[in-house]
Design a protein around this ligand. Structure first.
Ligand code: COA
Length: 283
């Protein structure tokens, strides 16, 4: 659905770009003409992504940093600007998460997740934002959040708090940096099978239940998310600012009380609804 050069002329930095959804987005951005920098802690996956992009004739680089380390992030962003001559788009995708009973969490465990998701997003946003302002070119920052940023969710409280903060930061900066033509938006993905998420969050035997709970009866396909990110990063979305786009097949809406009835076959639902219908009295 996109022109091949949709993202031509853009330099896009993807945090956590070596694996999972970050990797899929990085490859898609390059396919659509962007020059891509992938940032992460471990060099091996980053190198693999860079090589995969270069093998297809694209341009890419690896930027090594832990997003929790503001000074390293700033140096990595400077490397990107030096190599590519500027930067236009940041995708804050790097995340940390695990399932735990909240009463068992140590302060360090809470900080580990919040440090990556909330502080890390701030470090990258500040490092890229100040350069975008100095460039005067405008730009785009895309934050990957989750629907539990507004619903909350049990057993992932550090991530819930951090994603809620990132969503608030998205909306605050959408207003504050609008004057610089810097757009901030978020994507709230539902379940997309990736090794990182599944190994940490998918309990054994819960996969079928996860699909059953989704109105579409399936999980997301990572390229679907990458296409949404490409659109939001592109100039085609230049009037979308401060928005959060949910891509979850409608999963988060399922909590509404009558929705559980969709698990019944339609005939069974109809029979139950008929049974509740008041009978007309008299002739
Ligand atoms: N349950 C409870 N506590 C946990 C935990 C778990 N599953 N995993 C880690 N912790 C605690 C540790 O015990 C430690 O606390 P302590 O010092 O009080 O013992 C604290 O969290 C930090 O752990 P550590 O392993 O040193 O952190 P790290 O910085 O190396 O790793 C994580 C950060 C824990 C978020 C790790 O899972 C990670 O690096 N994730 C990145 C990838 C990811 O999660 N992607 C998300 C895909 S959805």
């Amino acid at each position: 659905m996109f022109e091949k050069d949709l993202l031509a002329g853009k330099v896009i930095l993807v945090t956590g770009g070596g694996t999972g959804l970050g990797r899929v987005m990085a490859l898609r951005f390059a396919e659509l003409g962007a020059r891509v920098a992938v940032l992460g802690r471990r060099p091996e996956p980053l190198t693999e992504v860079v090589q995969a992009i270069e093998a297809k004739g694209g341009e890419a680089m690896a930027a090594s940093a832990d997003v929790r380390d503001a000074a390293r992030v700033d140096a990595a962003v400077e490397d990107v600007v030096t190599r590519f001559g500027g930067i236009q788009v940041l995708v804050n995708n790097a995340a940390g998460n695990f399932l735990a009973l909240t009463e068992t969490l140590s302060p360090n465990a809470f900080n580990a997740v919040v440090g990556i998701v909330l502080n890390g997003t701030f470090h990258c946003t500040a490092a890229v934002g100040k350069r975008l302002i100095a460039q005067g070119t405008g730009g785009c920052i895309l934050n990957i959040v989750a629907t539990y940023a507004w619903t909350g969710a049990a057993y992932v409280v550090p991530s819930v708090c951090a994603k809620a903060g990132v969503l608030a930061m998205t909306r605050a900066l959408a207003v504050e940096w609008g004057r610089y033509r810097i757009r901030l938006n978020a994507i709230a993905p539902g379940p997309f099978p990736t090794e990182g998420a599944w190994s940490r969050l998918m309990l054994p035997g819960m996969e079928e239940e996860g699909k059953r709970r989704n109105p579409t009866g399936r999980f997301g396909d990572p390229p679907e998310l990458a296409n949404l990110a490409a659109y939001l990063a592109s100039d085609a979305a230049s009037y979308i600012n401060g928005e959060c786009v949910t891509m979850d097949g409608g999963e988060w809406l399922m909590g509404q009380s009558f929705n559980a009835l969709t698990q019944l076959p339609p005939e069974q639902f109809q029979a139950l609804a008929e049974a509740l219908r008041p009978r007309k009295s008299g002739p």
